[in-house]
Design a protein around this ligand. Structure first.
Ligand code: CO8
Length: 258
């Protein structure tokens, strides 16, 4: 499928989605978010896709929601359209793993989009920020909540109230990104990580994601109990038998997702 604001490439079992609005540093407008939803629908419907990588350009992952699209909207328009609510929920609901590969600016809605992914790999040029305060507004796609959970109250307050940016090293120290790679290796490293995930049991991958996400929503004892039950349930799948047999027989497992 051809998109106006995205470039989608297949790399074996990995779908690579590039945000592609270079004229606006990949600012998120309604069209882009609608197309991103369509690309996620297509990837989820395709049994051949087991992992996704979401990236931007070298200069910008995304410089935020499109300020030019938003600036003249009324409260009634924002409220009745539930502005960006459905799009954010669609990304959050994706059951296949998504790695954000971030180079350059990930600001405002761009930082929030990266945090909606399962984890973030950053290039050494990445810069993260929630500068909405400079526009007289606030983060609106989960930034006040997710950034706080990821980096703690003090740093989140600092970022959100001053609007300052974090470089890649600070973002890694703070726990916002999982690793930093050289800028010219970003997509290759993200695809490598995605290929590794794509080779695992897709059922086990999905359950692991549900459990890590649950750590932000539930108590420790409820989360640990849920983990034990889901661990038990994995023994209903052929993939568990295959994974353990392959270990014992000293061969590579062939996970079929059943
Ligand atoms: N929206 C629209 N256009 C943008 C945006 C944006 N967020 N960011 C950059 N652009 C455009 C610029 O207007 C410019 O276009 P033009 O050449 O036509 O003037 C082009 O991209 C290049 O940008 P600059 O010339 O500004 O490039 P610089 O290298 O000088 O600066 C910066 C790069 C620092 C990234 C700068 O562009 C900037 O500060 N951008 C805005 C960052 C920002 O404030 N982001 C937050 C936006 S608000 C938001 O994300 C809210 C999310 C919640 C919405 C949902 C609510 C429910």
């Amino acid at each position: 499928m051809a998109y106006e604001t995205l470039i989608v490439e297949a790399h074996d079992a990995v779908a690579l989605i590039r945000l592609n609005r270079p004229e606006a540093l990949n600012a998120l407008n309604s069209r882009l978010l609608e197309e991103l939803g369509q690309a996620l629908d297509a990837a989820e419907a395709d049994p051949g896709v087991r992992c996704l990588v979401l990236t931007g350009s070298e200069r910008a992952f995304a410089a935020g929601a499109d300020i030019k699209e938003m600036s003249d909207k009324s409260y009634a328009e924002m409220f009745s359209a539930d502005f960006f609510g459905p799009a954010a929920r669609r990304i959050e609901a994706c059951r296949k793993p998504i790695i954000a590969a971030v180079s350059g600016y990930a600001l405002g809605g761009g930082c929030e989009l990266a945090m909606l992914c399962d984890f973030i790999i950053a290039s050494e040029t990445a810069r993260f920020g929630q500068p909405e305060i400079n526009l007289g507004v606030m983060p609106g796609i989960g930034g006040t909540q997710r950034l706080t959970r990821l980096v703690g109250k003090s740093k989140a307050m600092d970022m959100i109230l001053t609007g300052r940016m974090m470089d890649a090293a600070e973002a890694e120290r703070a726990g916002l990104v999982s690793r930093i790679v050289p800028a010219d290796r970003l997509v290759a490293e993200a695809l490598e990580a995605a290929a590794k995930i794509a080779g695992q049991s897709p059922l086990a991958v999905m359950m692991n994601i549900e459990l890590v996400d649950a750590a932000y929503e539930t108590t420790l004892s409820a989360g640990v109990a849920m983990e034990r039950r889901l661990f038990h349930s994995l023994f209903a799948f052929e993939d568990q038998k295959e994974g353990m047999a392959a270990f014992i027989e000293k061969r590579k497992p062939d996970f079929r997702g059943r």
